[in-house]
Design a protein around this ligand. Sequence first.
Ligand SMILES: Cc1cc2nc3c(=O)[nH]c(=O)nc-3n(C[C@H](O)[C@H](O)[C@H](O)COP(=O)(O)O)c2cc1C
Length: 326
Amino acid sequence: MLFGTFEIEKPLCLAPMEDVSDRPFRLLCKSLGADVLYTEFANCEAVIRNVTREIEKMSVTDAERPIGVQIYGSRPESLERAAAMAETTGADVVDFNAGCWVKKIANRGDGAGLLRDLPRFRDAVAAVQRGTRLPVTVKTRLGWDDDSIVALDVARMLEDMGVQSLTMHCRTRVQGYSGRADWSWLARIREVSAIPLIANGDIATAQDAQACFDLGADGVMIGRAAIQYPWVFREMKHFFATGEALPERTLRERVDLCIEHLRAHVAFRGALRGVYSFRRFYGGYLKGARNIAHLRRDLMICMEVEQIVDRLHAFVESYEAESDEP
Ligand SMILES: Cc1cc2nc3c(=O)[nH]c(=O)nc-3n(C[C@H](O)[C@H](O)[C@H](O)COP(=O)(O)O)c2cc1C
């Protein structure tokens, strides 16, 4: 499928995730096999007011390409201007978020709120398209709730508008993250529309990705599973190439990558903010390790990078000494 001007077969995409998919995490996932990256969403109203944090979110580097810059909002004038600003970042596509379920966003009619009013949804996408010459892609959900699923209408509408691809998180807004993503909608969308389709929601293994491809998806997007295990991209690719699973990463490999990520994260965000915001990643890197209560507590209070690194190294060493596992 096409992403910007890149032709990519069955791309594995890293999901846009606020406070997670920043440049260090994007580059890390790319080094581990992610084919396509997206920035965290930026609010178009804040973008056009030049709010530093939102402008920073849109910043991308050549090394990250192919990459989409994601914006959200619903006022056409603001979306048009924000899309024009997104284009200047060097991104390959402008991705429009019509799927955010968070109350304060969806209830004011932005994000998934647009699923309740398709003419407004259409106007918003048209405004993004007017603002940029880059291809526009859209990420959304199935509908507001089970009684108002509009995925098929949305797919047809966006295909008619010339949207380059549609990412479908196969849940409704009301579901949030509850229940399971219902991938069967991928096949139903495929029946009514030829729009390039990226499957999203609960994809964590090569088998999950394959199930989505079998249902008609052209690509898959992975969010939380990448936070838990950034090697997920490489493992999927290995499985598709060989039919075999790679062995699980050892604790030492996990901790080494954790430290590399921590250093990059802190260099990007600054010492104080970075040490604090990195806390969300420890759970993934240390998943499955035994007796981590003390370590976890230390990681939540320690504010010095080198102390954290020492603590992690000490933990691996005592873990390996006590364990038969390598
Ligand atoms: C911490 C976090 C932040 C997110 N931020 C965004 C965002 O900025 N833009 C967006 O389109 N989706 C966002 N999402 C939703 C994900 O992109 C994705 O649609 C969702 O997590 C389902 O995929 P998964 O099951 O692979 O995690 C976020 C999800 C998480 C967990």
